[in-house]
Design a protein around this ligand. Structure first.
Ligand code: GCB
Length: 608
């Protein structure tokens, strides 16, 4: 169990979440002097920037945009004496990638890993009826000892540069909301649910963890607010007659209200929405509520103009509208856990999420998008940073599952993206990662990882750990693009024949496929980078998918164009988007809409 509660901040009769979002003081620590000089005692000569946001894309200075090291944030918050008998936490949606937090100049806590929330108990250091200074040092250096993996290189002029082993820009800072969370001294720490369907009825098993003593009462309400079941105790069963299930693109949510009581008086109240549904893999089918489903959708990124990877509520809304328009029903949170609001929206809209931890770049290459295809072996798992990396990876999985385990939209854990899996050293590492997820998830969701081309069927030593196999494949792009495309598709069919031989009883999904396409480029006949070419690649690949009954999902790379490190392989970012970075459609969006609207949810599901 984590040492702090990661429950989503809510306001109830006993709890308050005070948003600290807004303009914060900001200062770049050019020479790394801040900690030594005690900048936590108050920033001087600072700038003001919005939180949440990545800091990089506000500025016109390239030195700021490319800065690697510590940046400082500061704000203050009035803590009234009314909170004296309460517990007071600072809750960060994330801090990318490392954070040290100070309150009134005193060290208050720290966190490693850039994409998951953490809470810091400031009850004993808070000063009442005063403004309390909150200072946060955020460090964005990449290494192979932390997720996501990469390197930091030093230029001849002494400046540092990020060298990611992954294909997205190393945006950083306070990229998600910050809240002051106030709750009673004895409080609800966590809860989880599992589901069992029995005809029209359902059993919701729950478990509640509390900090402190007291009796627990749990009540379930339907969408109209009518009570449908109640129970007492830290563990129990809520029996729901005529349960309305959470279905794909037809979500139904119940409200679960938890009370912690002393002698019949409510001490703490927590409320959340749950969806009753089951997830199961049977043979080569992926089942939701016992029925086979075909996943249609995208690998995404949190990425937009100006805000960078900062949570962008307007973009989230637009993205969901586009995904509905195009007939998608799923997405992967490539390549890191997304903002919590996105999961809440997916819960409401009935989207399926493959929830990915930030384990990307476990393949030592700054051009991994090319090298993962061309046979390069990097012996990543022999690096001496690997024990430290594994510790952090396991911790990230723990934090991910603690945060996301109750979302009905989350139907699988993606535990790595494109690791090297051809060396013996990769096996114990990946086995531990898979074992950890299984042990921690109360719902025992299927686990997977996204496999690179180099991890082919006869050489991959780790596919057996996946409950269903996810492949990232770029036939027609990195592999035999252009006029050679016909050879690419022959090779593709042969690869799939081999996969069926080594994994005959598992479902397969494509978690990446696609082609870079410039939104302004048209050409007849097609050439690579033109819109026409992207359509051809997708059309041909879909024919292969359609011919294989064990392929039960397709997630195109990528939902939208996104920012990467600059270089000759990238035209101001990765252009494999079906939508532009500004969320307007390329030609292939209409092709996908036609296809996905015509594929039934239970496509290929007959014999399940
Ligand atoms: C991949 C990676 C993804 C890249 C993509 C590409 O295999 O998983 O992060 O962006 O290829 O476009 O090269």
């Amino acid at each position: 169990m984590l040492e702090y509660s990661v429950l989503y901040p809510v306001n109830t009769i006993s709890r308050q979440a005070v948003s600290l979002d807004g303009m914060w003081k900001f200062k770049i620590d050019w020479d790394g002097a801040g900690r030594r000089e005690g900048w936590q005692r108050g920033l001087s000569e600072f700038d003001m920037i919005p939180v949440p946001a990545s800091f990089q894309d506000f500025y016109t200075s390239k030195d700021i945009r490319e800065f690697v090291g510590d940046v400082w944030y500061e704000t203050d918050v009035m803590i009234p004496s009314a909170y004296k008998e309460k517990k007071i936490f600072l809750r960060f949606g994330c801090a990318t990638h490392f954070a040290h937090v100070y309150v009134n100049g005193q060290p208050a806590g720290e966190h490693e890993g850039g994409f998951l929330p953490f809470s810091i108990d400031i009850t004993s250091i808070a000063e009442f009826d005063k403004k309390n200074r909150i200072s946060v040092v955020v460090n964005n250096e990449l290494s192979t000892a932390n997720l996501p993996c990469g390197a930091t290189i030093t230029l001849k002029n002494g400046k540092k540069k990020a060298a990611p082993y992954f294909d997205f820009y190393n945006y950083s800072g306070l990229q998600r909301s910050v809240n002051l969370v106030v709750c009673p001294k004895e409080y609800i720490f966590d809860y989880s649910t599992t589901y069992q369907l029995e005809g029209n009825n359902a059993k919701v098993r729950y478990q509640v963890e509390t900090a402190g003593e007291g009796e627990v009462e749990v009540e379930l309400f339907d969408a109209d607010g009518a009570g449908v079941a109640r129970s007492r105790g830290r563990e129990g069963i809520l029996a729901v007659d005529n349960a309305r299930l959470w279905q794909v693109r037809d979500a139904y949510l119940y409200t679960m209200r938890i009370h912690l009581c002393h002698d019949g008086n409510v001490i703490d109240e927590y409320e959340d929405q749950i969806g009753i549904r089951t997830v199961e893999i049977r043979g080569t089918k992926f089942l939701i509520n016992g029925s086979p489903v075909y996943l249609k959708g995208f690998g995404k990124h949190e990425d937009s103009d100006v805000a960078g990877r900062g949570f962008n509520m307007c973009m989230m809304k637009r993205d969901f509208e586009l995904m509905k328009w195009i007939g998608a029903n799923s997405f992967r949170t490539s390549h890191y856990p997304y903002d919590e609001e996105i999961y809440r929206m997916a819960d409401r809209e009935g989207f399926l999420i493959l929830d990915e931890v930030a384990a990307v770049g476990l393949f030592k290459s700054t051009k991994n998008f090319v090298d993962v295809t061309n046979g390069k072996v990097t012996c990543f798992f022999s690096l001496d940073t690997v024990p430290e990396l594994l510790r952090r990876h396991l911790r990230d999985i723990e934090e991910l599952i603690a945060r996301d385990k109750n979302h009905p939209s989350v139907v699988a854990w993606s535990l790595l993206n494109e690791p090297e899996t051809t060396t013996d050293e990769s096996v114990p590492y990946i086995e531990k990662v898979f074992g950890h997820a299984l042990a921690l998830d109360p719902q025992k969701r299927p686990r997977t990882f996204a496999e690179i081309k180099n991890s082919g069927p006869y050489v991959c030593k780790c596919h057996q750990f996946s409950d269903f196999i996810c492949l990232n494949r770029y036939y027609g792009w990195y592999i035999k693009g252009g006029y050679e495309i016909s050879d690419a598709f022959e090779d593709f069919r042969e690869e799939m024949r081999q996969w069926k031989e080594v994994e005959p009883d598992k479902p397969f999904m494509f978690t990446e496929y696609g082609a870079d396409t410039l939104a302004m480029e048209h050409k007849l006949p097609s050439v690579m980078w033109s819109q026409e070419y992207q359509e051809e690649v997708l059309e041909q690949l879909h024919k292969v998918f359609d011919s294989l009954d064990f392929v039960v999902g397709e997630q195109v790379w990528n939902f939208a164009d996104f920012q990467t490190t600059e270089g000759i392989m990238r035209v101001n970012g990765n252009k494999k988007g079906i939508f532009t970075r500004q969320r307007q459609p390329k030609a292939s969006a209409f092709l996908l809409k036609k296809r996905w609207e015509s594929l039934p949810l239970d496509y290929k599901g007959e014999e399940a």
